[in-house]
Ligand binder design. Structure first.
Ligand SMILES: *[C@@H]1O[C@H](CO)[C@@H](O)[C@H](O)[C@H]1NC(C)=O
Ligand SMILES: *[C@@H]1O[C@H](CO)[C@@H](O)[C@H](O)[C@H]1NC(C)=O
Ligand SMILES: *[C@@H]1O[C@H](CO)[C@@H](O)[C@H](O)[C@H]1NC(C)=O
Length: 638
């Protein structure tokens, strides 16, 4: 069937039109991630820009290059450079996608003839500097989490660059970025910023703002920026603000500097000291009524302790509170307060608050009685108080049952292989070492980790003058001071004609003080302290006597022994940096009898009857034993 001429004409026109149309469409169509209505403040004027398919405000898109690098992995958003035209103005614009709600751009000059991308003198393709960028804020804000801007509780001081005055440091100035229970907002997309008033600072006043987060981004200048919107501002100019900070400020006391713009321009912020308003922000503990203690901790826990976890913590305990300060690196740390609420036997229900966090948790501590300079404990799973539970007047009892059941201490039901965690009194009180005697030893471990000879102080040892024929590695803990373990990597064993060591003036290279020991799961653990140890003052050892004269020990990397560490371990995978095999080798005049305590009962009083005197020992040893036995009998009879 032949088509009528009229019909053919329309088909051809239609195809032609469609082809032309789709070419122009494909050639220049803004990607979706730019679409929307935006506000910006430019040269002191507020401005709205509506970005659609191929329109940037009044300007129509002509050409577009999309950069390769993806800025937002979720939406696939990228930066772009575009050339646009409106009436007789042709220009190119560099657009940076920052967050779902914020774009930044730099617009080139207007030319009367068309501008093509990359054209010299008209449209250079280069990334503009931060202070040249205009910031566009989305008017219909898409919800984003405040997590990257503020999360938690902070105190701040502020100083406004206008109207005179100085720094206002009021205890009422608080940023509260918390997830509100029962609030219509799913996540924390808002934060509350309360400005306190300071007497003597004329431009300070009491004010409260609820800001919605618009996301944050890193500029090419290394600063972190964040867009925020005042939720109740009645004009757009006062609605949008830009914040700037720097992540690696190496803060003291976790204080971070921020600056805030007066209106929306980010380009007016040029560093953490330059901006309309300067803020010093520091995390604070959340305000709750549960820091009030209602029970007491064992009195002999009071003091300063050291805890080895993933990071080292200093722990301060008083009658009612446990305070943890965990150092992440040289500058940043976290603080936690636990307050005693309920107790039964060895279990203590405590509230836990973390400085800078919003939440309060209940956790249960199972604390064993202290022995030596050690207190062993376990922590149960944390538990929140729901609003319903709060109504109940017996909620503490219920929480105790929930948090302090024995199952609560097993974080993972299948992982019943737990062991106690421990605190070490710091500085520790040395106790008699569980291993005594004089030993030769062999070391296994990386060369850096082995004990080596050190020349202490400035006194040169007269070793050169001594004809030392026999050098051994020596470890000893003798009657003179049983709380020390002295280690000499190269000890001169040679004795003179009287049987006395000729290396008598040798000073030990390393002196370890014994801090505490115990047995758990049939393994004996020992904690030592050496203030000259560059890696860690405290070290955890696992030790075992394998024959009457041989003891083996493995030394943990730090003050904590890994679960898999045994006395036989020498591998880094078991957390071990060194292994010692020690063979008893007491000599005639050493006055260093062997002792060994596997730590079955760390609570028992240390044995101190080793009063053997070297001049006495060999001739009168049996006599001494008799006298001691007799004395013991007398004691019994009394
Ligand atoms: C994007 O990558 C392609 C190939 O890797 C390269 O040819 C092109 O120049 C890049 N475009 C931009 C804008 O960097
Ligand atoms: C115990 O420590 C807490 C927190 O460090 C403190 O608030 C409290 O006043 C202290 N209690 C006593 C009796 O010192
Ligand atoms: C600490 O006190 C507990 C009881 O409160 C007791 O069992 C333990 O032996 C004490 N430890 C030390 C080292 O005083």
């Amino acid at each position: 069937m032949a088509l009528s001429g009229n019909c053919r004409f329309w088909i051809i026109t239609g195809v032609l039109f469609f082809t032309l149309f789709s070419i122009s469409q494909q050639a220049c169509k803004f990607p979706d991630w730019y679409h929307g209505e935006f506000y910006s403040q430019e040269k002191g004027q507020g401005k709205k820009t509506f970005i659609q398919e191929d329109l940037w405000g009044n300007f129509r898109c002509r050409e577009l290059i999309i950069m390769n690098e993806t800025v937002n992995k979720l939406t696939g958003a990228k930066n772009a450079i575009i050339s646009v035209t409106h009436e007789s103005c042709h220009k190119c614009i560099y657009v940076l996608y920052r967050t779902e709600n914020v774009l930044q751009y730099k617009s080139g000059d207007c030319f009367t003839s068309s501008v093509s991308l990359g054209e010299p003198g008209k449209c250079r393709i280069y990334r503009p500097a931060s202070d040249q960028l205009m910031t566009l804020y989305r008017l219909k804000i898409r919800t984003v989490s405040c997590k990257t801007t503020f999360e938690g509780m902070y105190h701040f001081t502020y100083e406004i660059n206008e109207g005179g005055g100085g720094i206002c440091n009021s205890k009422d100035s608080i940023i509260r970025a918390c997830q509100e229970p029962g609030s219509p907002y799913v996540d924390n997309q808002l934060f509350l910023m309360t400005y306190g008033k300071c007497r003597g600072v004329t431009n300070s006043k009491f004010q409260q703002f609820r800001f919605q987060c618009m996301g944050s981004w890193y500029g090419d200048d290394g600063f972190m920026y964040a867009g925020i919107a005042n939720t109740v501002a009645n004009e757009d100019r006062a609605r949008f603000k830009c914040l700037l900070t720097k992540k690696d400020q190496n803060p003291t006391d976790n204080k971070f500097l921020w600056v805030r713009s007066q209106y929306s321009e980010c380009s007016l912020l040029s560093g953490i000291y330059e901006g309309y308003e300067r803020l010093v922000v520091q995390p604070v503990p959340p305000v709750t009524s549960y820091v009030q203690p209602s029970c007491n901790l064992p009195t002999n826990l009071t003091g300063t302790w050291y805890h080895v976890g993933e990071y080292d913590s200093d722990v301060v305990i008083n009658d009612t509170h446990i305070y943890f300060k965990t150092k992440f690196d040289e500058f940043s740390y976290e603080e936690q307060y636990f307050s005693c609420q309920q107790t039964l036997g060895t279990r203590y229900l405590m509230t836990k608050i973390t400085v800078g966090k919003c939440e309060m948790d209940f956790v249960c501590f199972d604390i064993l009685p202290r022995h030596h300079s050690i207190v062993r404990f376990r922590i149960g799973k944390p538990n929140r108080l729901t609003q319903d539970e709060e109504q109940d007047k017996d909620y503490l009892l219920k929480k105790f049952r929930q948090s302090c059941t024995w199952q609560a201490f097993v974080l993972n039901r299948d992982d019943y292989d737990w062991k106690y965690d421990y605190l070490i009194f710091n500085p520790p009180t040395p106790i008699p070492c569980p291993i005594g005697g004089r030993y030769r030893f062999i070391q296994f471990g990386h060369d850096n980790e082995r004990y080596k000879t050190r020349i202490r102080g400035v006194t040169d040892k007269p070793r050169v003058q001594v004809d030392c024929r026999h050098i051994e590695s020596e470890a000893k803990s003798c009657t003179k001071d049983m709380t020390k373990m002295e280690i000499d990597a190269e000890y001169c064993e040679t004795v003179d004609y009287r049987g006395r060591p000729i290396g008598e003036y040798d000073e030990s290279d390393h002196v370890l003080k014994c801090v505490g020991y115990w047995m758990e799961d049939l393994r004996s653990y020992l904690i030592t302290y050496d203030d000259e140890d560059a890696v860690s003052n405290f070290r955890c050892w696992v030790y075992e006597r394998i024959t009457w004269t041989e003891v083996i020990l493995s030394r943990g990397v730090r003050g904590k022994c890994k679960r898999s560490q045994t006395a036989h371990s020498s591998e880094a995978s078991d957390g071990v940096s060194l292994k010692l095999e020690m063979h008893e080798s007491e000599r005639l005049y050493d006055d260093c009898p062997q002792r060994f305590d596997p730590g079955y009962d760390p609570y028992k009083k240390p044995m101190t009857i080793y009063v053997l005197n070297s001049s006495f020992k060999n001739t009168a040893f049996s006599l001494l034993v008799l006298i001691m036995a007799f004395a013991a009998l007398l004691n019994l009879n009394l």
